[in-house]
Design a binder for this molecule. Structure first.
Ligand code: GLP
Length: 244
């Protein structure tokens, strides 16, 4: 779906998320959301916060799982995705802190494998993700599933692509400060979500959007796996759609 601009599109996405949360509330059920970082979802979070502040939306039944975190990374670090999520969403809504899950960049190397298995297990035990919000990296990554990520991959530690680290360099005051690794939710974890919305804004995303939407389904472009997902919408502005 192509929108005039990211602001209008983000309002539509936030409205869908809000509706889902309310439907689950009416049934007395939890709503399990997969959340993304990066610049793309910021306006969606702003709109969700606005709905909450207006008294139109409560998050008391919401359980969240974030896609990824740099590794190693302290939660208090301003570059952490933990910090990002609290700054843009969690500090402004009535979610129970115990319902927030963000991969920890502070897990020891020895515990990492089990930690990642447990992350997937928690999602599974809740019946899977009801909704997953995604951005897309210029390598075609979703979460931090870089090129080469297998369709069956679970949550795990991954080595970041050079392009991804270069794109993050300005946040870290230089590429040399960007962590080389990250923990990411796996492709299979993402694809099991009942509903997926991927966001893409701006010219910088135009060529990877073309490959994702019109190209072959391949691990070289992990976002292309979404073509086979039965309930995915890719939402973009005119610029991101300009090469389609
Ligand atoms: C990071 C995140 C991804 C995100 C991507 C795109 O790499 N790990 O989840 O989709 O950035 O970021 P942006 O939305 O800023 O373009």
């Amino acid at each position: 779906e192509i929108f005039e601009d990211s602001y209008e599109a983000s309002k539509v996405v936030a409205a869908e998320i809000a509706d889902l949360i309310r439907q689950k509330q009416d049934k007395g059920e939890a709503c399990v959301l997969g959340l993304a970082t990066g610049s793309s979802p910021i306006k969606v979070y702003e709109e969700l916060v606005r709905l909450h502040k207006n008294g139109e939306l409560s998050f008391h039944n919401v359980i969240t799982f974030n896609l990824d975190e740099y590794y190693p990374m302290d939660a208090e670090n301003r570059q952490s995705y933990y910090y990002f999520m609290h700054q843009h969403l969690f500090d402004h809504i009535d979610i129970n802190p115990e319902n927030i899950h963000i991969p920890s960049g502070q897990v020891s190397q020895e515990e990492l494998n089990q930690y990642c298995i447990d992350y997937d297990m928690k999602i599974k035990q809740l019946g899977g993700l009801d909704f997953q919000l995604l951005g897309i990296g210029r390598t075609g990554h979703i979460g931090f599933n870089e090129p080469g990520s297998h369709i069956n991959s679970g949550t795990r530690i991954i080595t970041l692509d050079h392009i991804t680290r270069r794109d993050a360099a300005s946040d870290f005051n230089g590429i040399e400060n960007v962590p080389k690794k990250a923990i990411t939710m796996g492709v299979s974890t993402i694809l099991k979500s009942k509903r997926i919305i991927m966001l893409a804004w701006g010219h910088k995303k135009a060529s990877i959007i073309k490959e994702t939407v019109e190209g072959q389904i391949t691990a070289t472009i992990p976002a292309s796996f979404l073509q086979n997902h039965p309930n995915t919408t890719m939402i973009m502005d005119q610029e991101a759609a300009s090469e389609l």
